[in-house]
Design a protein around this ligand. Sequence first.
Ligand SMILES: Cc1ncc(C[n+]2csc(CCOP(=O)(O)OP(=O)(O)O)c2C)c(N)n1
Ligand SMILES: [Mg+2]
Length: 299
Amino acid sequence: MNDMALLDPVRPAGAEARLQRIREGAYRMRHHMLDMGEVQGQGYVGQALGVADMLAVTYLDQLRFAPSDPDHPDRDRFLLSTGHYAIGLYAALAEAGTLAVEELQTYGSDDSRLPMSGMASYTPGMEISGGSLGHGLGVAVGMALGLRHQGSTSRIFNFLSDGELDEGSTWEAAMGAHHHRLGNLLAMVDMNALQADGKTETVLSIEPAHEKWAACGWFVQRVDGNDIGALVEAFDKAAAAAAAEGQPTVILCDTQIGAGVPLLEQREKAHFMRINEDEWQVCREQLTAGHDATQGEHG
Ligand SMILES: Cc1ncc(C[n+]2csc(CCOP(=O)(O)OP(=O)(O)O)c2C)c(N)n1
Ligand SMILES: [Mg+2]
């Protein structure tokens, strides 16, 4: 197989087989997240579990990239604006084949390539050092312009959080993307309804979010971010709309913090979780039980 072939996402024939492959990937990613979280006993595990389905669709079904050559010039770029979600991206990079699963055990340790907040210079496949929130979309706009200028057909996927919609810089970038008709730019927003200081609606209400993005000139969709079928449909539609209209596209994804692990879904303090030693195994068992129960549903 040559490098170019590696750039195309693998999509098994048949709609159900395509979804099943992504579901299994998301399930394994959630296990990786728990395993990494246990190394430190704490972390941004709830958010990562919440966006596992978004990351699985992105990395296993949408992104064009060569896992063993993460700097390939023709790759699509995935920009993790929210550095604190790094644990989620490491799990995705392991499932995609860029990181070895064994390396995940070094998460957050001295000399590890996997620091607790994402650092581009440390981790293969980490495109930017996110974490200073509100900057990701601006960087994405610049990259999208630059790549278009070079005649590249690569796309930029910018992952944002709902907290970043509080930032003026995000909206400046959103208007710029429309102004420059950046059809090569897709934003995906984790609408988990939570921020560091509490519920998003109590910190700074961003609703109606759909209308705000539309007013900035974007092609907008809002979906259940834990429904892999709905996500795939939305990503496919976004790609078609971008190609037809040359318009930036955004997918607002409503997600459940801790998705797949009921013990964590119910946590009150969910932004940064401390999880007791004896709870990790319970989390794993709940994740596996939930997965096994849905196997029957999906045939
Ligand atoms: C510019 C900036 N301001 C403040 C912070 C501190 N901070 C880190 S995470 C976070 C919450 C942001 O909201 P969101 O990403 O939606 O939080 P989550 O869903 O992860 O709870 C804040 C304010 C930061 N990293 N960058
Ligand atoms: Mg949030």
